[in-house]
Write a protein that binds this ligand. Structure first.
Ligand code: FAD
Length: 553
């Protein structure tokens, strides 16, 4: 079984983000947000100070659960219960560090088969308990936290024992996979048979297939492999009325899509036990190249032209100027990215290419397939990049990006240790609205910083391109005002950014889900009838509101 994440932060104990191998970072952050990162000034509460409440598990329910999964798989251990109490949003991290606990689940259950999942759900319904499916606990939208006012017993159903690739149909390139498998284990099992699912979210190491499906997750190579919504073909879901089965047929005309109803259901319809997913043969070659563009607008225009073209890169990503400057500031000493700032290149960019270095934007484009395919794609995409004033800077930046992407999530804890908040908000929209959304959100974020009187930093990149549009992913950081409450001030910034999304016709989330964090914008996004439809779906399936109540609607 994979190691659980830290109860107080992201990832594994002993792994931390550090500035010490990044010579420019401390100076950059001091200049941009006035924060000294060379010394930690704050630490999370000690576990002993949390005051974890005793579990409330009626004897008859406890007996039924032990009969369902075996006594060794029913845990009332305080640490286990705290780890399963909430996800890893910045709100979660701030509150946990303050020893501000939510309603902690009364027990953590670890079923090992679909029958055991069904027995757990039956026992929970019989005893009117709340059931919250738990994948890796990496939710960033409040999707696994029990409602504060919940008086019924709360059970967290940890799916991590259901971690096998059960079968691969090579002719159809479909794999039957248990829902509790974590990213690395899944790719290892598929890779052993020459396949990949190609889904690599930044949370890959600490999230599961079931969690990805239940949140409509997206990974960095989605341009080629699709989002989880595209990858998931078949499903088995234990619901209050029996096991729901979606056959893995390529498409079907069977009324509104049941598959789509389960995708993004955040545990409100049942517990996903298995999915049949689309897999592909491992590519012979895989490369990510770095590019520079003179401006973000030029980078966006190039991405749009690539999406409209016959070329199909696996990754398309372009950072705005603030994110580009941050990327350069996080580079380690003597990497090849240094060459980007070398005098010769700077001179070339300024004099020969007419770049304003303050506006310059870094981009990554990935290619996969046979060597011939990769070569042809690189050439064609290179021509498009060139038409927009862009320039290829080789494979080294891509290699570095690939290496550090799973370490980046640790930076939020690092900044919290130094008294600053950092978080992300992401959205999607048609190509025609992209630039306007970027401008509006940037203005909204900086407006919020000004309102609070804080020195904040806001940056963005385009990731995940589609034929009709793309995802914009914003990151913001600020130290709170003197004497200010970090959580209250975070809310001001987060609200401004999210509101700017929906006000400008963009969605409330491209891949982080609704949970409780984004629920207030749902009606503006999907309309009042849309909200009613979702409510009717959940209420009809789960009239007792036993399944992860309070999420989405
Ligand atoms: P959990 O967090 O455990 O649960 C999430 C939701 O799914 C809950 O509602 C839960 O009840 C439900 N659920 C879980 N398993 C099941 C199941 N078997 N059956 C029914 N319901 C279930 N997301 C992305 O898409 N792309 C990213 O690049 C990305 N990067 C992230 C980086 C960081 C630092 C963080 C904190 C989060 C990131 N996320 C990202 C968000 C998060 O990782 C995803 O939402 C992920 O899909 C959650 O998977 P999980 O297994 O951790 O699920």
């Amino acid at each position: 079984m994979p190691q659980a994440m830290k109860w107080w932060g992201w990832g594994l104990e002993g792994i931390e983000f550090t500035h010490e191998d990044k010579p420019q970072l401390a100076g950059f952050i001091r200049e941009r947000i006035g924060l000294d990162i060379t010394t930690a000034t704050a630490k999370p509460a000690r576990f002993e100070d949390l005051g974890v409440p005793e579990p409330t598990l009626p004897e008859a329910l406890g007996d039924a659960l032990r009969a369902a999964v075996g006594a060794e798989h029913v845990s009332v251990d305080p640490l286990d219960r705290v780890i399963h109490a909430r996800g890893k949003s910045i709100r979660d991290l701030i509150r946990t560090r303050r020893a501000d606990l939510p309603r902690v689940p009364d027990a953590v259950l670890r079923p090992g088969t679909e029958d055991e999942v069904a027995a757990v759900l039956a026992a929970a319904l019989e005893h009117d308990a709340v059931v919250i499916p738990f994948g890796g606990g990496s939710s960033i939208s409040g999707s696994i936290e029990p409602p504060a006012e919940e008086t019924r017993p709360v059970l967290s159903v940890d799916m991590s024992r259901l971690d096998r690739v059960l079968a691969i149909d090579p002719a159809s390139r479909l794999a039957r996979v248990q829902a509790g498998v974590y990213g690395p284990e899944l790719e290892q099992q598929l890779g052993a048979q020459g396949f990949t699912m190609g889904h690599f979210p930044d949370s890959f190491t600490h999230s599961t297939l079931g969690g990805w499906i239940a949140t409509r997750s997206s990974g960095m190579q989605s341009d080629r492999y699709g989002d989880v919504a595209d990858i998931t073909k078949g499903l088995r879901v234990v619901t209050p009325t029996g096991t729901l089965v979606v056959q893995p047929n390529p498409t079907m005309s069977t009324g509104p899509s049941i598959r789509e109803m389960v995708l993004g259901s955040e545990g409100r319809l049942g517990i996903i036990t298995e999915a049949t997913v689309q897999v592909r043969r491992l590519p012979a070659e895989r490369t990510i190249l770095g590019y520079l563009f003179p401006t973000f607008a030029a980078g966006l225009a190039a991405m749009e032209e690539i999406a409209a073209s016959e070329y199909t890169p696996s990754v398309t990503r372009v950072s705005d100027a603030p994110e580009t400057q941050f990327s350069f500031a996080t580079r380690k000493a003597s990497t090849l990215l240094d060459t980007v700032q070398s005098k010769a290149l700077q001179l070339f960019l300024k004099k020969r290419k007419g770049y304003d270095l303050e506006q310059m934007c870094l981009s990554f484009i990935g290619y996969e397939g046979s060597p011939e395919h990769v070569k042809a794609q690189r050439k064609g995409v290179g021509r498009i990049v060139g038409r927009h004033g862009g320039l290829c800077i080789g494979a080294s930046p891509g290699v570095l990006y690939d290496q550090k992407k799973f370490d980046t999530p640790y930076i939020r804890d690092f900044l919290l240790d130094r008294g600053a908040a950092a978080d992300v908000s992401e959205t999607a929209m048609p190509w025609s609205k992209l630039q306007a959304v970027h401008t509006a959100v940037t203005a909204a974020g900086h407006g919020a910083f000004a309102q609070l009187g804080v020195q904040g930093y806001l940056m963005c990149h385009l990731s995940h391109s589609y034929h009709a549009g793309a995802c914009l992913y914003f990151t913001f950081a600020f130290p709170p005002s003197p004497g200010g409450d970090m959580l209250a001030e975070y809310d001001v910034v987060k609200q401004a950014i999210q509101q700017a999304f929906v006000d400008n016709g963009a969605t409330l989330s491209h891949h982080h889900a609704v949970g409780t964090e984004h629920a207030q914008w749902l009606q503006e996004d999907i309309s009042a009838p849309g909200v009613r439809l979702l409510g009717a779906l959940f209420d009809g399936t789960d009239p007792g509101r036993n399944l992860n109540p309070g999420k989405i609607v």
